[in-house]
Design a protein around this ligand. Structure first.
Ligand SMILES: Nc1ncnc2c1ncn2[C@@H]1O[C@H](COP(=O)(O)OP(=O)(O)OP(=O)(O)O)[C@@H](O)[C@H]1O
Ligand SMILES: [Mg+2]
Length: 317
């Protein structure tokens, strides 16, 4: 459960657009006025959500193309498939629901990965936050045949600068109240809503590959974000496109850990054929090659990111 004492609105206010040289934060022209004058909604944390089982994971890339969107989509697919099989076994009436949120309104690709038409529009993102409620938010998702819902907008030139951060936070808040599992694809270029999305999530992970530039960016980014949010947040590290075989001049996991000064929490194998097939079919990798190593690695990652509730015996011990 998220124990961050700062509300996401506080976290947005904490962002000093001038000082964050490391993260190249773009200026949102309307933010100062809007954040000061409007009663801002908050992203519910694990403790305050009306849906107590809701679990929210935010993933961000250290650099471009490291595989964040592919991971978000496969994590969501795996959760959806697992919940469906549980429902069949236990004949539960309520279906646990999984939503992927693409927070990049200019260069997001979750909709392409799932071959869905995004339902959120730029005007939805530019409106006042107090017009956004649960019913309205529910009407903005697109649904994949596997049962995953997607909240995404069509890519618009300048879309990230035009969106009202408070409207984005209101959408996040509502999604967290509606769904059981929320997976957020957080853009690596800093946006006013990134801090809210990360701070309101139960788990936050930075995805990197095994290259020096990516590892260095991961370390800088991890340090800056943890400093902003506070020590309650500890970023998990996911090493994607990981080669198990050793090549000359290739880095190994221990090199990554030295560069990051932190342990790697999960590795995901490189699997070019599977990923290429999935992306070109517009399907999650699990739907295309369920027995692939990539799918198995993502299932292991899912278990790391979604800590199972302690059994009564464990809690008592
Ligand atoms: N484990 C992997 N093995 C092989 N190829 C991969 C793997 N993960 C992702 N890819 C490939 O890397 C490319 C980038 O993937 P993806 O779009 O998921 O990355 P991203 O981090 O979301 O990129 P962006 O920075 O553009 O948002 C895609 O062609 C994808 O198929
Ligand atoms: Mg992406």
């Amino acid at each position: 459960m998220n124990t961050n004492p700062l509300s996401p609105t506080d976290l947005i206010r904490e962002i000093d657009l001038q000082q964050d040289d490391d993260l190249a934060i773009p200026r949102y022209e309307g933010s100062a006025l809007t954040l000061e004058n409007e009663a801002a909604p908050e992203v519910a944390t694990g403790e305050t959500r009306s849906n107590p089982g809701a679990h929210c994971i935010a993933l961000m890339g250290a650099s471009g193309g490291v595989g964040v969107t592919s991971l978000c989509v496969q994590l969501a697919y795996d959760l959806a498939i697992q919940s469906q099989s549980k429902i069949q076994r236990t004949a539960r009436v309520k279906e646990p629901r999984v939503c992927v949120i693409d927070l990049d309104f200019e260069g997001g690709s979750c909709a392409h990965h799932l071959d869905l038409i995004p339902n959120l529009s730029m005007s939805d993102l530019m409106q006042s936050a107090d017009r956004i409620d649960r019913a309205f938010t529910s009407s903005l998702v697109s649904t994949h045949s596997s049962g995953i819902d997607l909240l995404a907008a069509p890519n618009t030139l300048g879309g990230n600068d035009m969106a009202n951060p408070l409207a984005v936070v209101a959408l996040l808040d509502n999604i967290c109240q509606i769904y059981d599992h929320v997976i957020i694809d957080v853009p690596r270029y800093w946006r006013p809503w990134n801090m809210a999305a990360i701070g309101g999530s139960d788990k936050f992970a930075i995805v990197t590959d095994l290259t020096i530039p990516s590892l260095q960016l991961a370390r800088t980014r991890m340090g800056a974000i943890e400093e902003k949010i506070g020590h309650q947040l500890r970023a998990e590290i996911i090493l994607n496109k990981y080669e198990r075989r050793s090549f000359r001049n290739a880095l190994r996991q221990k090199d990554a850990e030295t560069a990051l000064q932190r342990s790697v929490n999960a590795t995901i194998c490189i699997d070019v054929d599977t990923l290429r097939e999935a992306i070109n079919c517009g399907e999650p990798t699990g739907a295309v090659r369920p027995e692939s190593r990539y799918v198995k690695d993502v299932r292991r990652l899912q278990k790391i990111l979604i800590k199972q509730p302690e059994s009564k015996n464990q809690a008592a011990a």
